[in-house]
Design a protein around this ligand. Sequence first.
Ligand code: C2O
Ligand code: CU
Length: 519
Amino acid sequence: MPSMSRRTLFQAAAGVAGVAAVGSLSACTGSTRAFTLVGPGSPAVAAAERARRVPGRRVVSARLTPRPVTVDLGGRTLDTWAYGEQVPGPLLRARAGDLLRVTVDNQLPVATSVHWHGLALRNDMDGVPHLTQDPIPAGGSFDYAFTAPDPGTYFYHPHSGVQLDRGLYGVLVVDDPAEPGSYDDEWIVVLDDWVDGTGRTPDQVLAAFQKTSASSGDPGGSMGGMDHGSMGGSMGGMDHGSGMGGMGEGMQSPLLGGAGDVDYPYYLINGRTPSAPHTFTGRPGQRVRIRFVNAGSDTAFRVAVGGHRMTVSHCDGFPVMPVSTDALLIGMGERVDVTVTLADGVFPLVAEAEGKTGRALAVIRTSSGRPPTPDVAVPELGRRTLLGTDLAGAASVRLDRRGVDRRHELALGGSMMPYRWTVNGEAFPDATPLPVSAGERVRLRFVNQTMMFHPMHLHGHTFGLVDGGGRKDTVIVRPMQALEVDLDADNPGQWAVHCHNIYHAETGMMTTLSYRSGG
Ligand code: C2O
Ligand code: CU
């Protein structure tokens, strides 16, 4: 996400009394305002972390080394950046309450950061450059250390530029020591849209969006003058889905409206193309917990398992009222856990790029037989399809009833021409923070004023969907719709709120939930 030198916001935060120094960005001498920002280095952040300590916790140590690598995606070998020799990066696993210590050794040629997506962790470990820490320079390292308070399926990725759209992502599972675990086996299924190393990097994709919009005088946003060929012919979606810039024909989804800006050459499950899919081997009758993670940058996936129904148990880490479904639609940044009882045979697990052309494939095998072909028909994909917003929260995780102390509206806007996405008309970092005070019940109202869907993600908290929905940290807001969520302001600091379409976030669709004290 924002990668330019965006010191303004951070320095503004650091300049207010009460914000302790972070890295080299020391606090300036205090100004006297009616309130103080609760910065990442403030005592309130340390106190919140102390309150997460549980007796007998373990320390889980790991090292991540983001670096340029050559990876084999199955039939296609290419250069990218990753956290290891393979994509996804190493699986990190802890129990709720454990202390994670992760050293990030940056061997990339550029600065990076690591964000622990979905975790309600201490603010100074949240990994947002210029907001919660200094960027980790090329050749530098950073020690992350934080308590993982809640069980669930999470993932980690850079919060720097469009690095997420490289091979830089991995899964973090936080196990629940109290969970019965009524399943026999587990399968982690990571979904991704892939362009890096195919002739363009994600940075070039972004630059093409920005350049085309800057050089075009076409007010209708039709992109008539764009030379698709020079960009590998894979960016056919540039004129689609924008609210302000005319609606395109392609990349439309019946469930999501405008479905994306980038038409990717590959879609992957666990780093594999459909021509050499990842295979899960089990026995008939086994109950398998599948943990879906959408690590894509611009693609929602519609997933189904041929010949099976899925029982959804968790969304974004938190339990939901169990519900059975044929298919799921998972936005960027969302995670869904399901349980499947395996039938006898060989079955496709398909993730279709929603509103786009292409799919990812994996295979479940419980007996001998021919593997499915990449174009295998999966009728479940056309049946009942649930979104995260369709799931009801389990009673144990519903927010208690109380009055709302503070409301914020986030109007989601933007255009393809110029390529710029906004919250309340402003593009981060030139965005007005949304103030909150510790202890408040806060209602956020997302109002999508565009013709594209936006998966909106809040750091450091989960929210409850107003109207009985589940606890989530990333929620799809459909075109021209409003959606309200409630949260308890119980984790002090400065927290990013943004669209998890990485190209939208990077060009401005981001703001901050900003804890203040006093005043
Ligand atoms: Cu996974 Cu700020 O994001
Ligand atoms: Cu968006």
